[in-house]
Design a protein around this ligand. Structure first.
Ligand SMILES: NC(=O)C1=CN([C@@H]2O[C@H](COP(=O)(O)OP(=O)(O)OC[C@H]3O[C@@H](n4cnc5c(N)ncnc54)[C@H](OP(=O)(O)O)[C@@H]3O)[C@@H](O)[C@H]2O)C=CC1
Ligand SMILES: O=C(O)[C@@H]1CCC=N1
Length: 271
């Protein structure tokens, strides 16, 4: 595997990915470099917490790096990608996790025919459980895709998708954990309102989510069947689900995903 991995951008996503990489042993801390725009405190925190290498010189990130991950917000990608073009050579792999922005745009901003792979991980990379979707740009060969898959497979699962589908996966697996956390917040609030203490509620709900995830993964049953298995006629689940149906739960979630997808499309168009 590559000897050096550089991050352009040192925020939540960079931290989640580097945590996963360190925990998996994919690369040692000495071979991971991070930089950002200006927040020195943040770089000092990452250095202290993970013992990765920090620098405010982008050349130090690029020099000798096998892979460079661009992990900046979409509105910063123009400055970030343009800043590395001069120093990159065509055997260095650029991996962009920037929402909405196509590999063609990244290549144009870099201004060189370097291989670009676009990935959409999620913050569960920090615990080795990301669902990452990956696609390759026109200057990236199969081997570059494989290298990126190898990296993301160490921090969860990596699935190749068509670039056109990246907006959809961003809306489901990129943003998806946030929807689940929002559901948990609501369940917790209801439990506490009914008198349960916060810790007990948190522990029970967390294990419920983990268990349901494991059932989805291993039972071989589809979610509708799994739901039906819990729903006794005239029972508690049916009563709860009736309220969700009355409040148009399915339509709401579908609208949520559609809006997130549309925002991904808009983010790409703004550049
Ligand atoms: N958070 C998530 O769950 C996911 C995020 N993504 C994508 O990852 C990207 C990063 O998101 P996230 O980590 O949440 O964002 P954050 O705001 O947490 O971090 C952004 C980082 O980019 C840095 N930055 C900005 N401009 C530059 C520049 N010109 N050169 C170098 N570094 C720069 C910032 O530095 P400074 O602080 O100094 O300004 C900061 O360290 C986004 O495009 C997002 O769409 C993808 C999947 C999931
Ligand atoms: O909210 C965002 O824009 C990013 C992309 C996917 C998750 N977070």
């Amino acid at each position: 595997m590559g000897e050096k991995l550089g991050f352009i951008g040192a925020g939540s996503m960079a931290e989640s990915i580097l945590t996963g990489i360190l925990n998996s042993g994919f690369l040692p801390k000495e071979q991971i470099y991070v930089t950002n725009k200006s927040d020195q405190e943040r770089l000092a925190f990452l250095e202290k917490q993970y013992a990765v290498q920090k620098t405010d010189d982008v050349r130090e990130i690029i020099d000798g790096a096998d892979m460079i991950v661009i992990a900046v917000k979409p509105y910063d990608v123009k400055a970030a990608a343009s800043s590395i073009g001069d120093y990159l050579n065509t055997d260095q792999l650029v991996i962009s996790v920037v929402a909405g922005v196509s590999t063609d745009i990244i290549s144009q901003l870099i201004g060189k025919k370097v291989p670009v792979v676009r990935a959409m991980p999620n913050t569960s990379s920090a615990v080795g459980q990301s669902a990452t979707a990956i696609t390759r740009g026109k200057f990236a060969a199969e081997k570059h895709l494989e290298t990126a898959m190898e990296l993301f497979n160490t921090i969860g699962t990596a699935t190749e998708v068509l670039e056109d589908d990246m907006h959809t996966v961003t809306a489901i697996s990129g943003s998806g954990p946030a929807y689940v956390y929002y559901l948990v917040e609501a369940m917790q609030a209801a439990a506490v309102k009914a008198g349960l203490d916060q810790d007990t509620a948190h522990n029970l709900i967390t294990q419920t989510i983990v268990g349901a995830g494991e059932m989805l993964k291993t039972s071989g049953l589809d979610p509708a069947k799994l739901r039906e298995n819990i729903t006794s006629p005239g029972g508690t689940t049916q009563a709860g689900l009736e309220s969700l149906t009355e409040h148009k739960f399915q339509e709401t979630i579908m609208t949520c995903v559609e809006r997130a997808r549309n925002r991904s499309i808009e983010l790409g168009k703004k550049l």
